[in-house]
Design a protein around this ligand. Sequence first.
Ligand code: PLP
Length: 462
Amino acid sequence: MSVNSQLLRKIPKVDELLRHPQLTNLCCQHTVLTETVREVIDSLRQAILSGEEPCLETESICAEIIRCVQKKTTMNLRPLINATGIVLHTNLGRAKLSTAAVRAIQSVAQDYNTLEYNLESGSRGSRYSHVESLICKLTGAEGAMVVNNNAAAVMLVLSTMAKGKEVVTSRGELVEIGGAFRVPEIMEQSGGTLVEVGTTNKTHPSDYENAVTENTGAFLKVHTSNFKIMGFCEEVSLDEMVRLGHEKNIPVIYDLGSGSMIRLEDYGIQDEPNVLDAMKSGADVISFSGDKLLGGPQAGIIIGKREYIEAMKKNPLTRAFRIDKLTLAALEATLREYLDPAEVLKNNPTLHMITAKMDTLEPKGRQLLECIERVCDGSYSAQLTEDYGQVGGGSVPTQTLLSSVVAIEPKHVSLDILEKRLRELSLPIIARISKERLLLDVRTIEEHHFEYVAESIKNCCQ
Ligand SMILES: *Cc1c(COP(=O)(O)O)cnc(C)c1O
């Protein structure tokens, strides 16, 4: 008998393995377990047939089965630790929600709720009513409405106000936002006709003025969220555009992008327009995201003149773009926190993180360093240093955020392997490599994760 068939006969049987105490105690669906046992046995058989001699000890086979089952039963969409220092990381879920927002989601998800029910009249209500007056109170707007995201908001605004009409926009503002949101394409989809004016670097008020025809539906201003033109450049300010719009009786639409509701320049973050100033300028309709600098759930918020908001509510696209109850719960809770400006800076994770300064970040960095050094077995060295993170989310592109960073130099494994191992943990840690070191920026890491981060660094450096 060949070596092959002798080895093949040594592979444990499916039933035998299923009765093994290590596997009977495994907490997973029986179908998942049987399927995995078959797959592991099959791969052993394939290995033997291709001339290998895999270990056929029951213990080691069980260990492999357990690893595979764990991989299969772990949620694909799950939490991770963001050690990049990029606060609104688009790939990592943008804004983290406040405790109040998370609670609101939980309670609405678990029970029947007032989504479209008016408790006073005992009849059908509107899902938009839960946040409309709150948004109006916070921004001073006449009307407000919320949809799925800001891309949908822009589409709804244009479709309602400019379908079959011309929309005048500066060539310097025809932006692409990550994920293929392009102003000219959104315009086309909405049924509006884009009328480009000015040049990439300069647009003057007269450019808008000269473009007006009897078919002009709106002036559109788009905040160039994710890039900045510097040098010989000039744009028409929102104030000027509004003045011109009023003169010509043409509504002004402003896609504000990020939609900060606080004045970030008070915290050293320059050049990011905010909702309050945009409202003061008198723009007719303004739209912005819920999960960028507002620090809430993914949503598109539209504010402005009542007549336009009411028309949007009647647009059939509204049904396609409608916000769901869990998002709405989180949005209401997030907005309520803005009623107290001092509290929101503490409770809203996005605002808390982007406004953190070295006086709190440096001690936090030292604390992480201590945790990492405490468990160190000589397989790596760690150092406290400074580096730059970002706001992220396509906001404030030119400004970096100085932070306290722990730099790791592994001794036995390469940086790439360490980075990959951290990424593959069941609670993954996403870090970045710079100048031959792995960097952990404490701005975006929560203190209660420090022990876990330290243990993980140790385990992954072996
Ligand atoms: C981010 C952004 C959008 C898209 O917003 P989402 O909420 O991501 O859909 C649209 N316009 C501008 C100017 C933006 O910055």
